[in-house]
Ligand binder design. Structure first.
Ligand SMILES: Nc1ncnc2c1ncn2[C@@H]1O[C@H](COP(=O)(O)OP(=O)(O)OP(=O)(O)O)[C@@H](O)[C@H]1O
Ligand SMILES: [Mg+2]
Length: 306
């Protein structure tokens, strides 16, 4: 007998990092062994997938998150930050006795919002494949992951593909298993760090070609303030960033991916989805932290993205 679905329908199922970020602004990055004053202290939820879901949720997309926290105050704050966005956190697993992912981030507005991140991964066990809610995943319209919990991410990507759900990857770092994840993905959008680790100085062209050879139908690399490059219809397309007075580029990559997923769900051409991601990311750079500057749905529509 088929079990009747009781859980609500989510359009995006995200699996990956969730963090608590403490951020401040500095005039210039210091040499070692000094006292460096910062201003503007803010504490926000962070993490590539978690922040992407926060953006999608603000744009009216129902999202479910899978990841891990510890039973520390940061874990409580992370969960609260996701719940405040209306994200389903039933898949956020708490590891007793462990610490949650946390980051200390210093941004330099004078250097176009360059940011330096010190982060600690969650100290508990990674999310396990058996902890992924398959029923929820299979009923989503897109699966988004950053690959930190690589075993669970590979498993969920396989299951998503079997169910005909597009797999979108935010590839920040070339960790073990990331190329296997690329082989299981439909849309693979990497950072410059990832692209250079993959292809060395022949960047971005060779990085895009190597990524595409693994199978995803859409590959792109983000280039910070230089914009992005993508392989569209067999051609390398390079687009500049949207102009912005950037104070902190934390979260730009996360929200770039959210924009791409938003376009994917709306059936837009990949090029338009990438442009929207870049537009939304530029807005994020204007505020300190990954979530403060996410444009509202009204602003998204006013900018012509509908
Ligand atoms: N200074 C900036 N001004 C305007 N847009 C920017 C700026 N920095 C980044 N962006 C936009 O954000 C996108 C993603 O940025 P970036 O390449 O730095 O992501 P990332 O390396 O994944 O970083 P993170 O994971 O911390 O967000 C870029 O492709 C660009 O469109
Ligand atoms: Mg990133």
């Amino acid at each position: 007998m088929r079990r009747k679905a009781t859980s609500p329908q989510h359009r995006v199922f995200g699996l990956g990092q969730c963090s608590l970020d403490a951020l401040g602004t500095i005039a210039a990055y210091p040499p070692p062994d000094v006292k460096c004053e910062f201003t503007g202290l803010t504490v926000q939820g962070g993490g590539p997938v978690a922040t992407a879901l926060a953006a999608l949720s603000r744009w009216g997309i129902a999202c479910a998150f899978a990841g891990v926290v510890g039973d520390d105050p940061a874990g409580d704050a992370i969960r609260a930050s996701l719940l405040a966005e209306g994200i389903d956190t039933a898949g956020l697993v708490m590891r007793p006795g462990a610490l949650s992912q946390q980051a200390f981030i210093f941004a330099e507005p004078a250097r176009k919002g360059r940011r330096t991140i010190f982060w600690q991964r969650p100290t508990g066990d990674p999310l396990l494949p058996g902890e992924v809610d398959l029923e929820k995943l299979r009923r989503a319209h897109a699966f988004h992951t950053d690959g930190l919990f690589i075993e669970a991410a590979l498993f969920a990507a396989d299951e998503a593909r079997k169910a005909g759900i597009p797999v979108v990857v935010d590839a920040g770092t070339l960790r073990d298993g990331m190329l296997d994840l690329a082989r299981r993905s439909d849309c693979f959008i990497a950072s410059e760090t990832f692209g250079r680790a993959l292809a060395g100085d022949d960047f971005p062209g060779e990085a895009l070609k190597r990524m595409a050879a693994l199978g995803p139908g859409l590959v792109a690399v983000t280039l910070g303030a230089e914009g992005y490059a993508a392989l569209l219809d067999g051609r390398i397309v390079r687009k500049p960033a949207w102009p912005a007075r950037a104070v902190d580029t934390t979260g730009c990559g996360d929200v770039f991916h959210a924009g791409f997923v938003y376009g994917l769900l709306n059936g837009w051409e990949h090029g338009r989805s990438l442009d929207f991601g870049a537009w939304a990311a530029a807005r994020v750079s204007r505020r300190l932290g990954g979530r403060a500057g996410i444009p509202t749905l009204r602003q998204v529509r006013a900018a012509g993205y509908r």
